[in-house]
Each structure stands twice: as C-alpha cells, then as structure tokens.
Design a binder for this molecule. Sequence first.
Ligand code: GLN
Length: 488
Amino acid sequence: MDLTQLTAHELSDLLARRETSAVELVKAFSDRIDQVEENVKAFNILTRDKALEQAAKLDDKLARGEKPGPLEGIPMALKDNMCTKGVPTTCSSKILKSFVPPYNATVVERLAQAGSIMLGKLNLDEFAMGSSTENSAFAKTRNPWDLERVPGGSSGGAVASVSADEVVFALGSDTGGSIRQPAAFCGVVGLKPTYGYVSRFGLIAFASSLDQIGTLTKDVTDCALVMNVIAGHDPKDSTSAPVDKPDFTKSLINDIKGMRIGIPREYFGVGIDPEVDKVIRQAIAKLEELGAVVEECSLPHTEYAMPTYYLIAPAECSSNLARYDGVRYGYRAPESGDVVGMFKKSRAEGFGPEVKRRIMLGTYALSSGYYDAYYLKALKVRTLIKQDFDQAFEKFDLLLSPTAPTPAFKFGEKSANPLAMYLSDICTVPANLAGIPAISVPCGFADGLPVGLHLMGKAFDEGTLLRVAYTFEQNTDYHKVKPSLGVK
Ligand code: GLN
C-alpha cells in the first residue's frame, strides 16, 4: 500500500489501529518529496527535521494507548503567505526572502494543536497576485498532470503538493480564485470558505476585504475535517465572524434529492472551452440523476465582476503593501542614499513586475480626483453583485458553474498578456466580492487535463456545498485518478 496516496481520514484510521506510525508517515511523504519534487517544485522550504521530531513525540503518545485526533500525525504544508514562527515566510517575494515571523498565524496554531505535522511552505505567485504561479520570485511550480503546464495560481505550490501526493492536505488563500482555480487545474478539492469564517490573523495581506484562507484536500471528507480545525471565531482578527461553527462532517450526506441548483448563464459565456463545457454539462446531468432540481438562472451584474475586482483588489493591495519600506520588513537595498532613496530602491528591487503593476493601479484608483470615479464606484457595483447572489439564493440552495473556463494552460501562454491571465478567474472572482463560500471538486477531464466543478453557496452554508460535493464524489471516481508525473 502506498501511504502517500491515502486521505487524512484513511491515514488516521491506520494510525488509530497502530498499523502505521507518525514517523513512518513523515518518512513516506519525505521519500515521495525526494522522488517528485525535482519535477514539481511545489516547496519554498522543507521542515522535515521538525516534522520528524514532532512525529516521534506523537508516536510516544500513541504507544501509551492514546487515540489520535482526526488530523493528528497527518503530514501537510502551508502556502508561504501564512506566518510560521521561526520558519521563513516569504510570499515568494524577494522583499520578504529572509523574513522569519515571530508568531504563528491562527490557522497554524490551530493545526498544531490538532497535531498535524507541517512538512514545509509552498510556492505561490508573489504576494498571491496571479493565476499561474509564474509570478513567484523563486521557482515555477509545475502541474503534476502535465509538467509543461502551469498548476494555476496563486496557490500553485499548495495545490501541486496535494495533487502529487507530497502531502495529505494543504492550506491556501483565495482572494479571487487562488484556491479554486488551481484546485481545478490539478484535480483536487479546494474550498474557499465564507469571508470571516477562517481567521486571517497571520495571513500576509493582499486585499483584506477579499482574502480568505481555505483548504486543499484529496477528497470532500478531508475538507470537512480540516474545516473543523481551522474555522471559527478568532478575537485576533477583527473581521472574523462571531458565529458558532458546526461539525462540518455532519454534512457528509450522500443524498441531494430535491436540492435546488441554479446554473447562472453568464458563467457559460464567451471564452469557455468547449471540452470544459461538455464536462460540466455531464456533471450537471449526473446531479440531476442523483435527484437535484436544476434550473438556469441569471446573475446580471457578472460582466462587471472583473473590472470591480481589478479596482478593489489593487486598491487594497497598494495600501497593504505600503508597509514594505526596507525599514520594518525584509529586503533593504544597499547604498541607496537618503531615506526616500532607500524606500524607492528597496521597493523597486524587492517587488516583481505584477506586484508593481497592482500597486500602481491601486494607487491610481485611490488618488484624489479618481477615488469617486473608480474606487467608490467599484464598491457600489460590488453591492449590486452581492445583491444578484442574494436574489438567486431566494430560489436556489446553491449555484453551479465551471471553476475555470479552460483547463491548465502552458507556461508562457498568458504571462505576456495580463488581461488574458486575469480572465482565468472569471468564474471565481464573484464569490470573493460577495463574501460567499465556494468549492471546486474534480468532475472529469478535458484533453486529459482535470476540470473542476464550481459550487457557490449562501454565506455560512458550507454544509450545503459539502453535501452536494460529497454526493457527487461518492457517485463518481474522478477524485481517485492520479497524475503519472512521469514516475511510477
Ligand atoms: N488570480 C487573481 C489575482 O491575480 C486571484 C488571486 C488570489 O486569489 N490570491 O488577483
């Protein structure tokens, strides 16, 4: 049996029965990393020694007869924009290359308390800005299904590490699709929870009104298990919702009879690959066969989602990234003259081209004379987009679309054309603007590449998403197909 192919719930059963040990698991995943990492390049940093130490302690505990918790001893990794005490946190940016946080993000604390074992930090588009992970200052992570293609982004390293069985699960962040679009490209399950459900404390900010931490797992059951650990109110994050969290595994019900699913026609417009369209139509037919009631609907303001996002996200980014000044964090350019010269040179040398583009766009949109015309207008349109969803959810339990209009594209195919790159998030961005939860689950293949089914739900109704995703998964086999990676 290849341990690295199993899910958290399967491995946890083995641990509970003492048929494997935490040390054995760390070693198995470590070997797998040695075998494939040269091709995949998912990790910015590995923390194997710490992982082995932690695993040995856990094994002592298990030897005393204690039962492991659901994620105890499970190897995982984190997108490298979540602060880890004593372990570098770089955002895949030159400006934070040597930044070592003095504290843990809340999600890191919660996973540590649950006994999960961190194997390292994962590559991303610099500061999570991008859709292919090509904007990383360090490496190009490759798609395990086709090494000539991108894994998607910005959580490309996180998704590739799960897809290539280098870890059991990973955490990513999603500002406009960065969990779901790469999950679709690499054939894993990716959930962006409701805004405010998972603490952002210790997540390095990109666009604070949109950023949300979420899960990347091999199946829907693991998604629920990880949510059980990371979700819930956190007084350290003022935008954290003061709600009680349910036991998400209670939603793992293989029954969707009578569930009302809306298909927003705007998500099937120009730009959708015909093969992707076909796969999604088949998935819809499957859900109908399983008892869901499916009907077309309209979210009329969808066409404004991208322009709205590309005003709000850069505006917030320009403000959030003002803190990188060469004084308080990270890189400082040497021999840069006076203090203003030092700010300028540190930022000029520390940030990559996409981050600079966003800072310039955002600074422009917030500048006096343009603030009302751009930023304020975008906030108003955001409200209209949210109202579209409110209206749709009066009639439907959830909405369905492709996660991305195309399968994974080749390196370089879109990197010279920012607008083409931005459009790969056209189906995912509206959920961030509305603050609602959305999940991508594997639903088939287009030309041999994975396709993701995108389900969007009401705020704090992750339960319905999990239930439909679980039912789909239990009645299909797409999540079980593994990429070959050229190694057997
Ligand atoms: N691809 C989108 C962007 O470049 C979304 C990124 C994200 O969700 N972090 O902004």
